[in-house]
Design a protein. Structure first.
Length: 201
């Protein structure tokens, strides 16, 4: 289900309220226009420092395992307080953080006869990737290779690294590659205007 811009704006505001209300030991009120979004969806919430857009936290659910609203509240709080790469967000930091919400389609397995075919199956700016090999699994969102100016091969390699695998593991016949797309809604500045980010052509 494609979301409207107004719904996307409400989701981002709800993500921010989910973080703010954590400090009050409460839960945010769900806006009326997104109350009915009960479909299970994968989602990631990303926090960036303004104005340099340095990453401050990013956590989510690759698979649709819970209703969208619940997934956003959980992801927002985890990105702010449980990302192992960072210290928990302090209350006074909120005024300098940009909140971004990525709502995902269900990842689908890319089936190829030769791993080199992945390079034709993946479109940078449209696809996000999941790499899986045994217990190792890693995900990169569609906006990541665009921001870093990676081609498809570099994108594959870096998703392998995210999974804790060697860079060339995407060429291993045992490695599974999944792709997905995302609608991305983001504040243009902390608690400011919210836009839908278009990262592809």
């Amino acid at each position: 289900m494609k979301l409207t811009l107004d719904q996307g704006k409400s989701l981002v505001r709800f993500a921010r309220k989910s973080i703010e209300s954590y400090f009050e030991d409460s839960h945010p009120t769900i806006p009326d226009d997104i109350r009915d979004l009960t479909e299970e969806r994968g989602v990631f919430v990303t926090l960036e420092r303004y104005p340099n857009h340095d990453l401050r936290g990013c956590i989510g659910y690759p698979e649709p395992v819970m209703p969208l609203i619940e997934a956003i509240e959980s992801s927002a709080r985890s990105a702010a307080f449980k990302d192992p790469r960072f210290q928990p967000v302090a209350r006074n930091e909120l005024s300098s953080l940009i909140v971004e919400v990525s709502v995902l389609t269900k990842p689908t397995l890319i089936e190829v006869n030769d791993p080199k075919e992945y390079l034709q199956e993946i479109k940078v700016g449209r696809d996000g990737l999941v790499v899986e090999n045994g217990p190792f699994r890693g995900l990169l969102l569609p906006q990541v290779p665009v921001e870093w100016k990676w081609n498809a091969e570099k994108f594959l390699s870096q998703t392998c690294v995210k999974a804790g695998l060697p860079q060339n593991s995407w060429q291993d016949q045992e490695t599974k590659i999944y792709k997905f797309t995302a609608q991305i809604f983001s504040e243009s500045e902390p608690d400011g205007v919210i836009v839908e980010k278009k990262i592809g052509d």
